[in-house]
Write a protein that binds this ligand. Structure first.
Ligand code: UD1
Ligand code: UDP
Length: 385
């Protein structure tokens, strides 16, 4: 094949944007052989826009679908109908989707209906439990079932795909693009914004908290917040920074359980640049996020994961991440242990990089060019150090 390949990247939420930004930038660097298109569903609005702004990405198409209280049906149908319209007038040769959101699956299904090949970035992550995380485990499995190219971040993800019968020649182990984004963003001389200036990093230990998982909403997450409240009451030299997700179902419970407490900073979601640089400075991370589980280990930060399953076992195996669930007593005791037992802390605070080396986007674009016959050798696979 000798003509330019038209590649359309489709994404819609904050984490997809952060992880696709390095890919979009790398696609654009290859304008001699690749025609780049970017379509955002805007399943997230503000949280997406801050990432687009940071990486200077101006989408060619913006479906602007977000609505308060949106259901999975709303997101799926609005995204599919909008993408169908775009494909009818601007049909790409390859569609790239990322990860496991509903935008991911809707984008992949729309491409499949048009018989357009799909490249799946961050392919092969599995918990093997279709309700945890929900609906992400099924979104990524279904996307994997119709993708042509699978960009597996790690050898574990590659093995998951191989076990499902995906042919080896269609899987490329690339590393996770989240580490490319992190390299682009975290700097030792970065000055934190005004809203974080009140945190006393010199005298206090700082806990960073993020939560949003659908299956944790309601009682599970309430128990987590109560454990955090008890910790703050016990330890006077601890501060909590909690950028609260914009989902009203998260905000309401956070306010009820943690509102008005001294040394608990409930703030709006941070832009990616301040967030990543904040993460590099805190002591402990409590999260149910996927991306944060990958970033914090690279920065040498112990992570307690507020979930019962993880599709990211690598940092657990390396000892930087512990899966602790949402039981109030367990969240309290595991967090207290890290804050009061220096050896337990040091043991978990080793920087590890099982997820990437900052070269994932390059490998993905090389794999696309190799598959299209533009270059003759595939990219070297990512191997964690
Ligand atoms: C979505 C993804 C999840 C991903 C997460 C990352 C699905 C089903 N869920 O979950 O996989 O891990 O994003 O954060 O694809 N909202 C705003 N402004 C924003 C973003 C969200 O107001 O910029 C509010 C809206 O009221 C929206 C609600 O948050 O209805 C929930 O957003 P939604 O995308 O449906 O679910 P998330 O929990 O964000
Ligand atoms: N993040 C951010 N601002 C915040 C909280 C998180 O930019 O206030 C970034 C974080 O660095 C990571 C991504 O958002 O790259 C994770 O998004 P989220 O937890 O919403 O989704 P998940 O990764 O669980 O799908």
């Amino acid at each position: 094949m000798t003509g330019k390949i038209k590649v359309m990247s489709i994404f819609g939420t904050r984490p997809e944007a952060i992880k696709m930004a390095p890919v979009v930038m790398e696609l654009m660097r290859h304008s001699d052989v690749i025609e780049t298109r970017t379509l955002v569903t805007a399943q997230h609005r503000e949280m997406l826009d801050q990432v687009l702004h940071l990486f200077r990405i101006v989408p060619d198409y913006d479906l602007n679908i977000m609505a308060e209280g949106q259901t999975l049906f709303d997101i799926t149908t609005r995204a599919m109908l909008g993408i169908n319209e775009v494909f009818q007038k601007d049909r790409p040769d390859l569609v790239l989707v990322h990860g496991d959101t509903t935008t991911t699956f809707a984008g992949a299904l729309a491409a499949y209906y048009h018989q357009i090949p799909i490249g799946h970035v961050e392919a092969g992550l599995r918990t093997h439990d279709i309700y945890s995380p929900f609906p992400e485990e099924m979104n990524r499995r279904l996307t994997g079932g119709i993708a042509t190219l699978h960009f597996a971040p790690t050898p574990t993800a590659q093995a998951n795909l191989a076990a499902e019968g995906v042919p080896e020649r269609r899987i490329f182990v690339t590393g996770n693009t989240v580490i490319d984004a992190l390299h682009h963003t975290v700097r030792p001389d970065y000055v934190l914004p005004e809203e974080l200036a009140q945190i006393d990093f010199a005298h206090h230990r700082v806990l960073l908290v993020t939560t949003h998982r659908r299956e944790n909403l309601g009682e599970p997450i309430r128990h987590v917040y109560r454990a955090i409240r008890d910790i703050i009451e016990q330890l006077e030299d601890v501060e909590v920074v909690f950028p609260v997700h914009r989902n009203p179902k998260v905000r309401e419970i956070v306010r009820e359980e943690l509102g008005g407490l001294s040394r608990v900073h409930l703030i709006d979601p941070l832009d990616y640049e301040p967030f990543a640089n904040l993460m590099a400075r805190v002591d402990v991370v409590l999260t149910d996020s996927g991306g944060v589980q990958e970033e914090a280990p690279a920065l040498g930060k112990p992570v307690l994961v507020l979930r019962d399953t993880t599709e990211r076992p690598e940092a657990v195996a390396a000892g930087t991440v512990r899966l602790i669930g949402t039981d109030e007593k367990r969240v309290y005791s595991e967090t207290m242990r890290l804050l009061t037992e220096p050896t337990a802390y040091t043991h978990m605070a080793e920087a590890v990089n099982p997820y990437g080396d900052g070269q994932a986007a390059r490998r993905i674009i090389e794999a696309i060019l190799y598959h299209a016959g533009h270059i003759h050798t595939p990219p070297e696979p990512f191997r964690s150090a």
